[in-house]
Ligand binder design. Sequence first.
Ligand SMILES: NC(=O)C1=CN([C@@H]2O[C@H](COP(=O)(O)OP(=O)(O)OC[C@H]3O[C@@H](n4cnc5c(N)ncnc54)[C@H](OP(=O)(O)O)[C@@H]3O)[C@@H](O)[C@H]2O)C=CC1
Ligand SMILES: O=C(O)[C@@H]1CCC=N1
Length: 268
Amino acid sequence: MDILIYGYGTMAGAMVDGWLRAGMDPARITAYNPRPKNVPQDITFTTEIPDRSFDAVVLGFKPHMLGDIAPGMAGVVRGGIVLSILAGVELETLAEELPDARGWVRFMPNLAVALGKSPNALVERGLGESDRAAVTALAEDLGSAEWLPDESQFELVTALAGSGPGFVYRFIDALASAASELGLEEAQAQRLAVQMVDGAGALASASEHSPRELASRVASPGGMTQKGLDVLDDGGALEKLMTNCLAAARDRGIEMGREARKTAGKDS
Ligand SMILES: NC(=O)C1=CN([C@@H]2O[C@H](COP(=O)(O)OP(=O)(O)OC[C@H]3O[C@@H](n4cnc5c(N)ncnc54)[C@H](OP(=O)(O)O)[C@@H]3O)[C@@H](O)[C@H]2O)C=CC1
Ligand SMILES: O=C(O)[C@@H]1CCC=N1
């Protein structure tokens, strides 16, 4: 499968890093961006829209740009598979805007693709079995492939797994700032917070126990951790905060989908 990256920004660049890290032949990757970008050696880069089609085309631009950009993409997607990382943009909109493709996939990664550690949410229209297997392999090179049966929860999944690193980074930052506020040297607080989350995440991944169970294993009866957990749990504070956080992100995704349809002239 030869791949065109159409719009080489932060996320698409991280996907290329991940695929190369997983051993993909760089000759399979072409990247188009209207302005020059630093790209890994050995992939092909161009600031001109290629005049041929590709097996798969990753949409790497901003969601609201789809309506303006799609007409110029007919040639590159002809007969291929569209892999859209555009937040909020539905399969229906992709199929209407890029009708020359043979299949459309919403492929929602996060920035950990660069390390092969992203859960990648997937939902498709028009793929046969072998295309689906090929897309699964592309996702697994970047972490894992999580196919969804339909799009109904895709914005929520995007909030959790796509935006999620942003929420975790904010949590790490808050932990470090709090420790620094309470007297620890700032750089050391940040180092400790980052390494702690790294180890805790790895343990949660490897463990047979749920995160809830792991938390109670950390909290020795009558000890320090329980006192801290009591603050987070008071009135369901953390759970309420996270529910509001995910709902706000999800709802923005739904709104962005509407905006993309409007820009594409498909909605009022
Ligand atoms: N950042 C993240 O963690 C995630 C992002 N996404 C999705 O990834 C997409 C890109 O986001 P992100 O990487 O953060 O944003 P960036 O701004 O880094 O990337 C957008 C890219 O689109 C390029 N671009 C601008 N105009 C055009 C055009 N006419 N044709 C082709 N490319 C164009 C930009 O080029 P230039 O810089 O030269 O203007 C830039 O390289 C979004 O749709 C977003 O929803 C999905 C999951 C996670
Ligand atoms: O913030 C955004 O809209 C994109 C989608 C998921 C992560 N970044």
